[in-house]
Design a protein around this ligand. Structure first.
Ligand SMILES: Cc1cc2nc3c(=O)[nH]c(=O)nc-3n(C[C@H](O)[C@H](O)[C@H](O)COP(=O)(O)OP(=O)(O)OC[C@H]3O[C@@H](n4cnc5c(N)ncnc54)[C@H](O)[C@@H]3O)c2cc1C
Length: 373
């Protein structure tokens, strides 16, 4: 059986990974990068009751994703827990990379910002933390490093701190401040602590200062999401999944067609075509299709229906095409929240619709024993 996943956001990356682990032949095709770069890298927990999964299925899915990320080098903590969002609030998560501040029980904190790095922290984060913990965080802004100019983006900051010079700049300033902060208070740094060496640098600073050290997310684009996206795509390439750039226009007679004339056969298609970037659509339960952001009506699903930026499929696709991720019928993460949780659930459901139960032991090429699930 051959599969094509359309979309390179979290839903498409997850679906392609699970197919690969289950020994299925799969191609991933996408017009653009997905929305992971908007994220801090935390999977929103959401309301488990929004989809008909039982507690055991949820737990299994979260554990599955944690192990999958672990095999890519992304260490995680499993929740439930609270974490800081890039918009400043404390939000619920079930899976959080270890670089990010995330705890079931928020307490007093030492927060550092960098002069010359735009962030959303000062007012909103500080008051959210104060309200949740009852403590005012110890707050400090570090001066601009030598060589800084106003063209420095978050990515430029991260590559500076990846280098010896940048790490030295940061460590020296933090060591000066450290005696002024009560012992045991975790240190939170902006999410630019390296593009590549994040874990190593945070551990090293933590050892020096003798306290836990984490990142807090900035406004997008988010380094946390970029790190995960890049590691995830590299993992897929290493396991032989073709990542194809191109815009899909049709799925007809079990063939995928791109706008540049390329085409290939696909027994199953998963649409993970999202809604933030890439002209996503939302299919309502009554079959009406609308543009996901503006809610402009684009048409009604019938056999041979086609509409603008997405693509069309014929009636023979019934039963071999499913939607997952933000695209999934009736779900809007901006309204319903639950981003990460719903991605897990909708990918699980879409694969099941196509005859693959990912909660069973992978046939070959899998990396998990599923023992204890
Ligand atoms: C600012 C912001 C921050 C967020 N932070 C979080 C967070 O921290 N945690 C969380 O859990 N959720 C978060 N969310 C919610 C989250 O963004 C969505 O749940 C999620 O991005 C949807 O992912 P997706 O894979 O469904 O689609 P997307 O990431 O939108 O991917 C869609 C993909 O489909 C491709 N595509 C579309 N049409 C075609 C076509 N015709 N041919 C080929 N390719 C096509 C696109 O190019 C793209 O690759 C956030 C949302 C926003 C806006």
């Amino acid at each position: 059986m051959s599969w094509t996943v359309i979309g390179r956001g979290p839903a498409g990356l997850l679906a392609a990974s699970l197919l690969n682990m289950h020994g299925e032949e799969c191609r991933l095709v996408a017009a653009h990068e997905g929305t992971m770069a908007l994220w801090s890298g935390v999977m929103d927990r959401g309301d488990p009751e929004l989809l008909p999964l039982n507690a055991e299925e949820w737990q299994t899915l979260w554990t599955l994703l944690s192990r999958l990320w672990g095999s890519m080098g992304i260490e995680t903590r499993l929740g439930p827990a609270l974490t800081l969002s890039c918009t400043g609030s404390l939000k619920a998560t079930f899976l959080c990379p270890t670089w990010q501040y995330c705890t079931p029980d928020p307490g007093p904190l030492w927060i550092v910002a960098f002069e010359g790095l735009p962030d959303s922290l000062q007012d909103i984060h500080l008051s959210a933390i104060e309200a949740a913990t009852g403590h005012s965080p110890f707050w400090q802004r570090l001066p601009r490093p030598p060589g800084w100019d106003d063209s420095w983006t978050a990515v430029r900051w991260a590559s500076f701190i990846d280098q010896t010079e940048g790490k030295f700049w940061l460590k020296t300033l933090l060591q000066d401040l450290n005696p002024r902060v009560p012992a045991g208070w975790p240190l939170l740094l902006p999410q630019v602590i390296g593009r590549i060496r994040t874990g190593e640098i945070l551990r090293e600073i933590g050892r020096d200062l003798r306290r836990p050290v984490f990142e807090y997310p900035l406004v997008m684009p988010s380094l946390g999401g970029m790190r995960i996206r890049d590691l995830w795509q590299a993992w897929l390439r290493n396991r032989g999944v073709p990542l194809i750039s191109g815009s899909v226009t049709e799925y007809l007679k079990h063939r995928i067609h791109l706008d540049d004339g390329r085409s290939w056969g696909a027994d199953h298609v998963l649409m993970a075509t999202g809604g933030i970037l890439g002209g996503g659509i939302k299919v309502l339960p009554n079959g009406v299709v609308e543009e996901a952001i503006t809610h402009r009506a684009l048409g009604q699903i019938t056999a041979e229906t086609g509409w603008g930026p997405v693509f069309r499929w014929g009636s023979e696709a019934n039963g071999s095409l499913s939607a997952c991720g933000r695209q999934r019928s009736g779900w809007d993460p901006d309204r319903d929240r639950n981003g990460g949780a719903m991605i897990l659930a909708t990918v699980y459901q879409a694969l099941r619709e196509q005859g693959l139960n990912i909660l069973t032991v992978p046939r070959k090429g899998g990396l998990m024993s599923h023992a204890g699930f």
